[in-house]
Design a protein around this ligand. Sequence first.
Ligand SMILES: C[S@@+](CC[C@H](N)C(=O)[O-])C[C@H]1O[C@@H](n2cnc3c(N)ncnc32)[C@H](O)[C@@H]1O
Length: 322
Amino acid sequence: MRTLNNHNNSSTGSGQQATDNMHTQHIPVLLQEVLKNIELHKGDIVLDGTLGGGGHALAMAKEIGNKGTLIGIDVDSEAIKRVENLFVSHKVECGRFFSQNNFRNIDSVLNKLNIREVNAILFDLGLSSDQLEVSGRGFTFQKDEPLEMTLSNSIKDETLTAKEIVNTWQEGNLADIIYGYGEERYSRRIAKAIVEGRKFKEITTTQELVEIISRAVPSGYRHGKINPATKTFQALRITVNDELGAAREALDKAIMYLNQDGRVAVITFHSLEDRLVKRKFREWQSEGLGTVITKKPIIPSDEEIRINKRARSAKLRVFKKQ
Ligand SMILES: C[S@@+](CC[C@H](N)C(=O)[O-])C[C@H]1O[C@@H](n2cnc3c(N)ncnc32)[C@H](O)[C@@H]1O
């Protein structure tokens, strides 16, 4: 096995990292549905752009067998380490190349390997259970952690963090991202409260932000079905990681590297991402690049949601190149 390491890992900044003895088990979402719809064969070349806990990668590796090749990418080096260990313990036989990288750079990863065409590409967007629960980077409002929210665990001085956004961005810009990426109806109130709050003290932790948000929203909303910080946290994470920009760029590149009959599958977890994928696939189809396999997105069964609550908002869309 060869590991491509395209990032300088020496600067891990303040990002705490999940260790091998401190991790959760990420259950792959819509696994059978992915396998059924990407139709892998022995000897195929497949790219997993979001290795995460390696569940999809492992299952795809088994499908392609010892003559196949799996290229795995994740922006978080902890994910790469975890999946390497998983593959060793499962004695995976296919050829494999792992790269700590942003999937928006799939072109440079594939070019470095001299691979011009692949049979299938998977993007399972968002974050893994490990990132949410044990990374310590501030993705969850249920814990008190530094406000980083970077999917990459390599934080450098110039890396944009949630802390920088909440402490330095203008009120109007804060309101715009909270509304645009969080679809939060109280975006203006929350942005105003953040700007007021930071006058007294820099906002550095998730709980400081949660308190500001919860004081800013009406009491009915504060005690409503979802935590009032949910949408603001989503908006900050999307902004910090330029998640929509990265997905758009990755899809534009992915279609160029698929071979004839090759398939790209995308699992999304919120409506902004799903809309982006749906539009992109329709655009490709109207340009004659191939066919949308999933006329409607595939969603998890009640049984899957019962076993894995995280799956409840997942949607899978698949496109087949002509
Ligand atoms: C939902 S998890 C993937 C889970 C995986 N399919 C599994 O079966 O365990 C998403 C992963 O994608 C990674 N990721 C998200 N955006 C990325 C990007 N732009 N480039 C590379 N990796 C990214 C995250 O770091 C995370 O590990």
